[in-house]
Every structure is written in structure tokens, then in C-alpha cells.
Write a protein that binds this ligand. Sequence first.
Ligand code: HEM
Length: 530
Amino acid sequence: MLASKLSSFEHLLTVHTLALCIALAIFFYAVPFLVRINLVDQAGRHPPPGPFLRCACLGKHSELLLDHWAKRFGPLFSVWMGNQLVVVISDPRVAQDLLVENGAIFSSRKPYFIKNQVILHHRAITAAPYNDVWRHHRKLAVRFLSENAVQGYTDSIEYEVLTLLRSLHIESHSCASPINPALFAVRFTLNNMLKITFGIRTSSLSDSLLHRIQGWVVEFDEIAGGLSNAVDFIKPLQYLPSRTRTRGMKLNADMTEVFGGMIQEMQRRIENAEYVPDCLIKTLLETPEEEKLEFEDILMLAVAFAFGGVHSIAGIIQWFLALMAMHPTIAAAAHAEVDRVVGRERLPTITDEMNMPYVRAIIKEVQRLHAPFWIPTPHFSTADFAYQGMFIPKATVVVLNCWTIHHNEERYPDPFAFKPHRYLGDNLSNSASSKLADPRKRDHWIFGAGRRICPGLVLAERELWLAISGLIWAYTFHQVPEEPIALEKYEAASGRTPLPFMMRLIPRREEARQLLETEKGMVGESICGA
Ligand code: HEM
């Protein structure tokens, strides 16, 4: 009896010892994957300081975590996301030093698996590594987004502003009912992009193209991952089927079907000498054979325009509307300015812009407080680099921490408050401001920095000016008492749009009402989808 008890005790001991050994082995094997790696260059420099533990992901509001670390570790810190070193820049001077002055090293993109490989196939400009292919595609895009090109789009954007103002009026039953402005803002920006890219526009708010592209952006946000997906640092996972990968492939297939079909149709029309309006895709299709882009490159350029230039601008318009409804005194000052400079007979135009500093200041303040991307597309380094005694190895992901920069107490006193006054006296366009020699004087950083800076910023500025000044001219903005707007929460990890909200828009004067109700000039427009 005693012998058998001893033997089962020994057995138990053996099992426990074995389990302990396995646990210890796993622990020691896993530890290097849990804590930061002590990298050091030949001169003994270490990467910028940062959290001791590695992260798998940063969570929903990653900008708040980055802000927390920036306060703890300083303006240049590093964090390990799995096996990827990420360096985070939270100061304008450091951003200028690394992304601008040393753009030759800090301008590539990491080949993120889902986003850049599965969905964008390394193309669409934004996914391309820093090389001659990227240079070529970016040059093509810039031709269609330059100051001159944007000047040529201005009449067409003004038409879309009128459509926006009128459709808000009509869909709210002559402003009798509250309205959620989100889809209206998206249609405004999408029409501008579609005209530039394909020479077409959506015919109504129920146009299937509008809803399809809207769906792509939501899907892209959900699956593309922010700074990292597990598949990016556990490479074998890339060879296994997964739901995210299937969704990514489906998204790519959808985009290929819709935009690819539109490109093929345009090709057919060109070959049959049928009328095709001037646009980006037509130019690319008519390029001489030796310089012609591959079909997929043309497709992905269209995707880049649709993804880059639609929800970002539409998001700012939504934030603007929500903020106006919540700050009647600021709205009243904007109304006074538009009345003084523009009067009652016409909508504001681009020639009014420099005479309306308060409205310009409102736009910049909305951009600062509600940047569409708190973490702009990360850059990727292509060589080892030493900076202020710190080591940034080749193949480091480099992130501009817009949240912390935009909430810097010294640069923007009372940084969480909506205070357009802070931008009075800033007469520079976003584009001119991004080129200032002293980066601390820059208005804000929503368009990124360096060689990958958003090529669409001049167009974005023009669209925002015309849409926002037009909205101020036409409407007063009101909250719906039963459904107060909550600004502290927002859609998507990026902060691109407020949560869906309802508001009331009231035409400001008889002249505005007449303009909103007349059909003159709205040829081919079917606002209600009839
Ligand atoms: C308010 C509106 C917009 C915002 C806030 C915005 C923001 C950004 C940001 C932060 C980047 C990454 C910059 C970097 O890597 O440093 C970017 C890149 C890009 N944006 Fe925009 N964007 C806007 C409008 C547009 C428009 C209108 C287009 C045009 C069609 C556009 C097309 C692109 C493209 C193609 C890239 C990739 C550039 C590259 O990788 O070289 N964006 N944008």
C-alpha cells in the first residue's frame, strides 16, 4: 500500500517536474519575443528609449497610447511591435530632421502584408517602396494634382458645392427635418475625385458607385491594420488561409471589378473613337506604348485617388458641421465675415479666400483638432541612421505622432479647445506652410511630411475652402436638442469622422433659399435619386 502511494507520488512529481521544465523552456524561449531587443550600433548607440515590453497591437485609440509614451519617453521614442522596431516622432523639429532633411533614408514603406501586399499589390503610390516606380507614379499623380491642375478643376468643384448645398436642403425637406450630413459630404468629395479620375460623377445619393466605394473604405479601415497586424511579424501566418486575408483579396477583387471595368470601358470607347472626357485614366490609356503603365498600375492609381481623396476631406467637412452646431458664437463670427466680404448675391469663390481670414482660421483649426489620420501612413527607413546619439536601424517603421504634435500646449495653448483665433495672422496655404524652414511654425501636420507628403493637399485645400465657405454662406447650423452631438467619440481608429450625428441646417436668408431651391444650372442632377 505504502509502496504504491510512493510510486504515484513519484509519478506526480515527475509529471510536475516535466510540466515545470516545459513551462520554463517556453518562458525562456518566449521572453526574447516579449521584451525589447537590446540593439546597439558599432558606436555603442541604442535605439530611442521606449517601453520595455513588446506590443502585439496598440488598441483602438492608438494615438492616446503613443501620446502617453511620448510624455514618458520624449519626442523620439521607440516601441517594438512584435519583431518590428517602430520609432515615433512627436516633435516638429525631429520630424523635419528625419522625414524632410533625411528624406533619402526615411521615405519608404514597409510591405505590410494585408494592406500593401494583399489589397494594394505594392502599388497605389502609397504602398510602393521608395524607388523609381514610386517616383514615376507619383510624378503622374502630381501632374493631376498640381496648383495649375487644381485651378482647372475649380468650376467643377463649385458645381459640386452647389449640389452639396442643394441636396442637403432637399433631403431635409426644405430643412424642416434634421439630417445626417455624412453621405452628402462623401458624395461631394467622391464626385470631385471621379471627375478628375474618370471624367464622371454620381447621379444621386443612392448611386450604387457611391455606396460601393463607401463600403470599400470601411472595409479597408477594418482589415488593413494600423501599425501592425500579427501576420506582419509572425511570417508563417502569411502562408495560412485567414478570414482577414480572404476579406483583403475580396476587396482587391471588388476594386478590380468596378474600376477595372470602368477602365476597360474607357479603353473601348477610345478605340472606337467615341467621346471620352479628359481625365487621369484617359491620359494614362493614351500614353505612348513604351511609357504605358501596366493595367493594374492604372487601376491602383484610381484606387489611390479614391482612398486618399474622399473620406479624408469628407471627414473634415463633417467635423466642421458638428463644431459649428456646437459653437454658435464662432459660427456667427464666420457668418459676419462672409456677409461683409461676399454679400448676399453669390456664393464665395476662391478669390475671396485671402479676404476671409476667420473662415480660413476655422478650417485650419478643424484640421488641427480633428486630423483625419492621427497616425499618418508610416514611413520605413532604408539605411542605418544615427540621430542625437541614438541608433535608428535600417528597416525601422517611422511614425509621425500627429496627436501629440497637435496637442502641444506651448504651440497651441489650451490645445483641446476649438479656438480658430489661434490661426488668425497665418496667411499661408497648407501647402506653403508645409514648406516653412522652421517646422515649429507650421500650421499642422495632417498631410504628413517629407517626400511622401500627401500629393493631394492643394486639391484638398481647394475643396475644403469652397465647401466650407459655401456652407457658411448658405446655412445656420443647429444641434437637435433630443440628439446632442458627442464630439469626444469618433469613427475608426484614425479619428477620421465623428460618430454619426443629426443636425439641422436652416437657409440664412431669402437669397440663400432661392439659390437652394432653383434648378438653374443643375443639368443632369437627380438629387433624390429619382
Ligand atoms: C484632407 C485631405 C487629406 C488628408 C488629411 C491626407 C493625408 C495624407 C497623409 C497623412 C498621407 C501620408 C503622408 C506621408 O506618408 O507622410 C497621404 C498620402 C497620400 N495622399 Fe492624401 N490626404 C488628403 C487628401 C488627398 C487627396 C485629395 C488625394 C488625391 C487624390 C490624396 C492622395 C494621396 C496619395 C496618393 C498619397 C500617397 C503618397 C505617397 O505615398 O507618396 N490625398 N495623404
